[in-house]
Design a protein around this ligand. Structure first.
Ligand code: NAD
Ligand code: TDX
Length: 331
């Protein structure tokens, strides 16, 4: 099977390519990635001789048409993915997340190619802190940020292309991922690399916001379950019952690093900061028989810390610039 992976030099996409090469020897993988600040070709080094990397944008219609025409399946990870960046400059989010997804949909429509769209639980907005309520595929869309609204728009484009044009597509909306190769602008790798540098972790606001953490390997095994067993036109929520407050994440990291439990700082909160995300993934478990393997969050965090300790060359070059950008926003 010829698989085109968009955004395969980013965090989740690169881990997806590694997992696919490892577990599906029959798959021939091509990556289409614009290698923005968030993409890194070295993330594909471990599989470089088994994967073709095409540097280019998903908004480049002729390039997309050619690559889609040579594929049996498109798995679409490429996106502008960081909420804080979307608050500073929404423009690339509209281009990549909306126009890029539209460009891919038109190509899979022309060529009749199977499409899987990777999306986020943030399309549903947020939940109160103190309820048992969780997101389901029936939760109304209510995105908060330029990032989540462009992801919501991209999901709706996929749904319309399925209904109006018969495109063979599925959608997954996943909760917060952690693991190797995540850009150090994101919460967990930012604090891990701060702690490696002896810098105190930085919590937005009071740190009470809750995220539903899932290991990236579990996200990607769920994506394959949907590709292989999912129903065309359906939306699947991916989550692993990992609800944790940001403060508790920081406390666990401090404990892993042998630092004092109060060794962190509160910084300026994110405007419009979503309070809580929580996924009900029962459909994925009951209908598709999927289950997560990384159920011990502390062990997963400790392994992630070890990965960043062992791969300083991968992240060091971006650290000063990333922190300078945060400093400009008081974060
Ligand atoms: P990332 O920012 O680490 O990687 C994005 C990749 O897309 C990068 O390699 C970048 O170079 C590439 N890219 C950006 N614009 C492009 C363009 N115009 N053309 C081609 N490539 C382009 O993001 P990630 O965290 O790996 O997220 C991947 C996908 O998963 C996104 O669609 C995101 O919305 C979704 N998602 C992420 C999370 C999470 O916790 N990180 C959770 C749920 C869903
Ligand atoms: O330094 C920080 N301090 C802090 O308290 C940073 C960078 C973040 N935070 C908070 C904000 C959030 O409550 O930590 C939480 C996680 O922040 P991010 O890593 O920026 O993730 P989030 O905004 O929740 O979005 C992530 O999960 C859903 C991904 O970036 C999205 O791509 C995905 O769709």
């Amino acid at each position: 099977m010829r698989v085109l992976v968009t955004g395969g030099a980013g965090f989740i996409g690169a881990n997806f390519v590694h997992q696919t090469v490892r577990e599906r020897p029959g798959a021939r993988v091509t990556v289409l990635d614009a290698l923005t600040y968030a993409g890194d070709r070295t993330s594909l080094d471990p599989v470089a001789d088994q994967v073709e990397l095409v540097e280019g944008s998903i908004t480049d219609a002729p390039l997309v048409d050619r690559l889609v025409g040579e594929s049996d399946l498109v798995v679409h990870f490429a996106a502008e993915s960081h909420n804080d960046n979307s608050l500073n400059d929404p423009s690339p989010f509209v281009q990549t997340n909306l126009v890029g997804t539209f460009t891919l949909l038109e190509a899979v429509r022309r060529h009749g190619v199977r499409f899987h769209h990777i999306s986020t639980d943030e399309v549903y907005g947020d939940l109160p802190l103190d309820t048992p309520e969780r997101f389901t595929p029936d939760t109304p869309y209510n995105p908060s940020s330029p990032y989540s609204s462009t992801k919501a728009g991209s999901d709706l484009l996929v749904r319309a292309w399925v209904r109006s044009f018969g495109v063979r597509a599925t959608i997954s909306n996943c909760s917060n991922n952690y693991g190797p190769y995540q850009h150090i602008e994101k919460f967990i790798p930012r604090q891990v690399t701060n702690l490696i540098d002896g810098v105190r972790p930085r919590l937005y606001g009071a740190g009470l916001n809750v995220r539903d953490w899932i290991h990236v390997e579990d996200h990607n095994s769920a994506v394959w379950a949907i590709i292989e067993k999912g129903v065309i036109g359906e939306t699947y929520l991916i989550g692993a019952d990992g609800e944790t407050s940001n403060l508790d994440v920081v406390r666990t990291l401090l404990e892993i690093f042998g630092r004092d439990a109060d060794d962190y700082d509160h910084v300026t909160d994110r405007p419009g900061h979503d309070l809580r995300y929580a996924i009900d993934a029962s459909r994925l478990r009951t209908e598709l028989g999927w289950a997560p393997r990384y159920t011990d969050f502390r062990a997963g965090l400790a392994a992630t810390v070890e990965w960043y300790r062992g791969h300083e060359a991968w992240w060091r070059g971006a650290k000063a610039l990333t922190e300078a950008r945060y400093a400009a926003s008081g974060q």
